[in-house]
Design a protein around this ligand. Sequence first.
Ligand SMILES: Nc1ncnc2c1ncn2[C@@H]1O[C@H](COP(=O)(O)OP(=O)(O)OP(=O)(O)O)[C@@H](O)[C@H]1O
Length: 236
Amino acid sequence: MTVAILVEALTVEFGRFRAIDDLSLAIDYGEVRAVIGPNGAGKTTLLDVISGVSRAKTGRILFDEKLELTRASEAQIARSGVRRKFQKPSVFEALTVRDNVEIGLGGAIDAVARERVDKTLETVGLAAEAGRLAGELAHGQKQWLEIAMVVVSEPKVLMLDEPVAGLTDEETERTSALIRALKSPERAVIVVEHDMDFVETVADRVTVLHEGRTLFEGSMARARADARVVDVYLGR
Ligand SMILES: Nc1ncnc2c1ncn2[C@@H]1O[C@H](COP(=O)(O)OP(=O)(O)OP(=O)(O)O)[C@@H](O)[C@H]1O
């Protein structure tokens, strides 16, 4: 299997503070990987360097065994198919749901594009809301709309930062089903999330970060049983 994202000896510093410390990990196509760990462990920083928002001090990140992301611009990275949904929903409230998804696609909207938008709205469960203003949606629906805006571009790496924060139990369950539906052999999905029950329903593997390093990698069930993981994170 091809590796989608290969992180090698990555170090990220903010002033004298080391947020990512000599981190190496590999995320395969076809998997959903959850990155978990206590506050400040470096989870969001990892997504930031993968998406080109923050810069590495040393190390590299190889996408699709070709593109070196630590040397690419944010725009190049997005264009290559490495896409991210940020933690806070940022949809265009005064536009319709459909318009928002079309913006995610970029470029001219021809028949093929229109079909892709329809399919995406269907996938995220917002087909019936297509003509409504995004500002009228419930918080959960806004999250799904934002996922749609990213998914419509058919990303090869899809990063989701806290996709179920603030959602109801029912919305969380629907988000879990959605993420499982977005799983594909041509795609890697990376989820940062603090809701461990949710993580257990979506993640093939979890990487537990602690102080910018990998503390554990494996199934969520095994993470729960790992004394070090319980000590620094799950037991708190
Ligand atoms: N731009 C920045 N400037 C200075 N320090 C930063 C910056 N971004 C992150 N940090 C620090 O780096 C550390 C890692 O932050 P990060 O947001 O990656 O943690 P996290 O694991 O995502 O935590 P959380 O679960 O709270 O979101 C934190 O101590 C944070 O304060």
